[in-house]
Design a protein around this ligand. Structure first.
Ligand code: ADP
Ligand code: ZN
Ligand code: ZN
Length: 825
């Protein structure tokens, strides 16, 4: 019986579920009060969920009686206070539930759902030593786990007679004694590969390798090749992949094994999915050139004033080298660095480059990593022993940094920084800028083709613009020439999709021993299967688009819903004509035409179809960079961030589609795409060439690309956007409604648009049909809201949210899917 009544403590808890806000719970009498960021188990309806404490307070909640929390999971916060602020802001800004943000942010390993199965970690010896200091309950649990295949939390609770075993479970997991079944599976899925290194004694003893080489040179040339290839590949004495060594040396496994028998080579098994511990030497930082030094000084000056920087550096100017210096400064100060890159740029090439300077301080974080690796990185970042560098795709902005010294967003214009589905539909670049502003963290956005919005920010004085206008190598930017397809067709000089101009340039490149990249943003053989007579194309049954013909699969495929028809129809469904065939140019067709045009040339294709397996992408790039291929044909995958020294020519198979795409950003995107892909040519020694094929050679965007006049592009775009009310002058919010019944979508969209017009007047546009009116049997209509940039979001967020919520509750429209996208890209 309490004499003095202590005040009741309440916890606001964020749950990884689609709940609009935090829920309030009570701390039970005598229970310890967890801190903000600690995970707790709470009841929700008849479920139990693990959530994160968002606030601790003593305000009595109005209108309902809060339930008691069931258990505390952590003995220290796993989410920082700063993160709770950022995620709350994200849910407000991107008009989504806090639960959506928490769900996206936490790696699965930290969500600890009640159906997670826990088992004994088979890798750990059960010994007295390991069990030292375990509580009776923990020992009981271990015993119980040993007897079974695995148990979920509920079973565990029953077996050991503890109502809320999460904490004990987590304790065992942290000590490595127990593991979740999911993580165990993932752990063993990690493929092992064989690496070769030279025995360290052999390496250190002067002259041994030379003597060995002399010995085998004449009688076993293959062995000599293998040893030489190794020395060439492993410049720092690090291990190399055995298969790659064999390929490079042109020898079989048995030749390599001869060296192993002689104790010159040592074999090593390594899991390849993890970013292996770096064992090479850590190099000195690159010495900056004079223009780079100048840029670096300007960047530093701005960052000292805590003003973010846009680094506008042409392709090959060495932006990465500047980042490396900035990162180094942060690490030296014991701070953490966050380096964001688009998913596609997250290649081994980049990681190895960073490891050369920062060794094992480099951590990689992105969604393709499995959950145990991500959980591991999360906890390491949280502990921040020494400074560390996290390289990651957009989800890395969710990590629990405690002492962030710099954020770098490379290729800031990339649309892939924006998450499309599910909510939160955030833009990692903009979240980074928010973090920079809020916590005064130095922040650099870099690009060769910055977005119109970001350039505008620099003009408005919110950011500093720093330019790098030359390539590091001193090589001139590539020469861009245009192939006029209309003219060539008239002159009958086209061969399939190839103009004479492009063919001639390819020939010249091959003769000079150069490699060629061909870009076409359509995969498959041809984008449609069409009737010659009436022009009718075979459409997807579920989507409003023509089906793509894939020759190898001998079928028509929809790239949006997976629908397919095989084999393709031999007769036109509309007019009955049998003159029906593939129309248009996809990467598969280009590959085929190349085989006809240049039979002796080796061609690799890189698109979604050829890179489905986990390492295919990296392998292709590696092979191309070793000049195992002469031509690389690909979709936008080949346009980004690749640094190949030997590419002399880039061909853009068709620039027309991107110039006519109905979107206010299409000119900007076309400029970026053409410039980026051009940037792959002639990077190292000689000036490269780019051939752009098009039916509109005089288009102003193409003319801007040719002279590399990004400034004029932005100027033009800003005028247009001001006139027509587009970003950066307004904030766009797109509301999409989808349903299988077209009439219902129409009716719903009208009702919602009318309601919103009553509120916001002519800031509301639509409903309009998007370029694809139906996908996967769902009809779609969009309503577009345009709010003046100056208008604070808080002045309309509330009303807007209520209107949308009421609409979704309207019984007539209940089944409609409503998607809200702030700052759509
Ligand atoms: P960007 O990212 O601007 O396109 P990169 O950083 O890829 O350019 O640099 C282009 C090439 O020039 C790379 O091969 C890089 O190693 C080299 N490079 C750039 N700056 C330096 C430097 N200061 N020292 C040595 N090499 C450099
Ligand atoms: Zn027809
Ligand atoms: Zn479809």
């Amino acid at each position: 019986m309490n004499v003095i009544k202590s005040p009741q403590i309440y916890l606001d808890v964020a749950l990884p579920a689609a709940l609009p806000k935090v829920l309030t719970y009570r701390v039970g009498a005598g229970q310890e009060v967890p801190a903000v960021g600690v995970r707790v188990v709470v009841p929700l309806g008849n479920r139990r969920l693990t959530g994160v404490v968002w606030a601790v307070h003593d305000e009595v909640p109005q209108g309902y009686v809060p339930k008691e929390i069931e258990a505390v999971v952590d003995d220290r916060p796993v989410v920082t206070v700063a993160q709770t602020q950022c995620w709350t802001w994200m849910s407000e800004y991107y008009l989504c539930s806090l639960g959506d943000v928490v769900s996206a942010a936490l790696p699965a390993g930290l969500k600890l759902a009640s159906k997670t199965r826990i088992m004994v970690n088979p890798d750990v010896e059960m010994s007295r030593e390991n069990e030292e200091g375990l509580s009776d309950a923990a020992l009981n649990l271990l015993d119980a786990l040993r007897l079974r295949e695995g148990m979920d939390l509920k079973e565990i609770a029953d077996v050991i007679g503890v109502a809320h075993p999460q904490r004990i479970v987590r304790f065992l997991v942290d000590r490595g004694l127990a593991i979740s079944e999911e993580e165990l599976k993932e752990k063993y899925k990690a493929k092992k590969k064989t690496f070769i290194r030279i025995d360290s004694e052999v390496m250190e003893e002067v002259g041994v390798i030379g003597a060995e080489l002399d010995r085998v040179e004449n009688k076993a040339p293959a062995q000599a090749r293998a040893l030489l290839a190794y020395l060439e590949m492993a410049s720092n004495g690090e291990a190399v992949l055995k298969t790659e060594l064999q390929k490079k040396a042109g020898v079989t496994s048995s030749v390599v094994m001869k060296w192993v028998e002689k104790n010159v080579f040592v074999l090593e098994e390594r899991a390849v999915d993890r970013v292996g511990a770096y064992e090479g030497k850590v190099e000195e930082l690159p010495v900056l050139s004079q223009p780079q030094t100048k840029a670096y000084t300007s960047i530093r000056k701005s960052l000292v004033d805590r003003k973010p920087v846009l680094l506008h550096g042409v392709t090959g100017s060495g932006k990465t080298e500047l980042y490396v210096h900035l990162i180094n400064e942060a690490l030296d100060a014991g701070e953490q660095a966050l380096f964001l890159v688009p998913e596609i740029a997250l290649t081994t090439q980049l990681i190895v480059r960073l490891q050369k300077f920062f060794g094992n301080k480099v951590k990689v974080y992105h969604s393709r990593f499995n959950s145990s690796e991500r959980t591991e990185t999360w906890l390491k970042v949280l502990d921040n022993k020494k400074g560390s560098l996290v390289v990651g795709a957009r989800s890395a902005i969710f990590l629990p940094f405690k002492k962030l010294g710099i954020i770098i967003v490379d290729e800031e214009h990339e649309a892939s920084y924006k998450q499309q589905d599910p909510a939160p539909r955030y833009n990692a670049r903009d979240v980074a800028l928010w973090m920079a502003h809020r916590w005064k963290v130095p922040c650099v956005l870099g690009s060769a083709t910055p977005s119109v919005e970001t350039v505008w920010s620099t003009e408005e004085g919110r950011m500093t613009k720093v330019d790098l206008t030359q390539r590091y190598s001193g090589v001139m930017m590539p020469e861009i020439i245009v192939a006029d397809l209309k003219k060539e067709q008239k002159q009958r000089s086209m061969r399939g999709g190839f103009s004479k101009l492009l063919r001639d340039n390819m020939l010249e490149a091959f003769e000079n021993g150069k490699q060629v990249i061909l870009f076409q943003n359509r995969r498959g053989y041809s984008p449609s299967w069409q009737c010659d007579l009436c022009g009718d194309a075979v459409m997807c049954e579920r989507c409003e688009i023509p089906l793509t013909f894939h020759k190898k699969l001998h079928g028509l495929h929809c790239h949006h819903c997976g629908y397919h028809v095989a084999p393709p129809p031999k007769k036109c469904g509309a007019c009955g004509s049998t003159s029906i065939k593939p129309k248009g140019l996809g990467t598969e067709r280009i590959e085929e035409e190349l085989a006809d045009l240049f039979p002796s040339v080796k061609v690799a294709r890189m698109d979604l179809d050829t890179t489905r397996s986990r390492h295919a992408h990296a392998k292709l790039l590696e092979a191309f960079s070793n000049h195992e291929y002469d031509v690389l044909v690909g979709t936008q995958m080949v346009s980004k961030g690749l640094d190949f020294a030997n590419v002399g020519l880039v061909g853009v198979m068709s620039a027309d589609k991107m110039l006519t795409f109905p979107d206010f950003r299409s000119f900007e995107r076309a400029y970026q795409m053409l410039t980026q892909v051009s940037g792959r040519a002639g990077r190292a020694s000689e000036r490269g060439t780019v051939v752009i094929q098009t039916y509109s050679p005089d288009h102003w965007v193409i003319q801007r690309v040719i002279i590399g006049d990004h400034g004029k592009l932005v100027e033009h775009e800003l005028i247009e956007r001001k006139n027509f009310g587009y970003p950066p002058y307004v904030r766009l919010i797109r509301i999409s409604l989808r349903h299988i019944d077209e009439k219902r979508v129409k009716a719903g969209a009208e009702v919602l648009a009318t309601r919103l017009r009553q509120r916001f007047g002519d800031r509301v546009a639509g409903p309009d049909t998007p370029s694809m009116s139906r996908v996967n049997d769902l009809f779609r209509l969009d309503i577009l809201l345009k709010f003046e940039r100056e208008l604070k979001m808080s002045s309309y967020r509330e009303v807007l949210t209520v209107d949308i919520e009421e609409f979704t509750l309207d019984i007539r429209f209940k089944r409609l899917r409503v998607k809200v996208d702030v700052d759509p890209v």
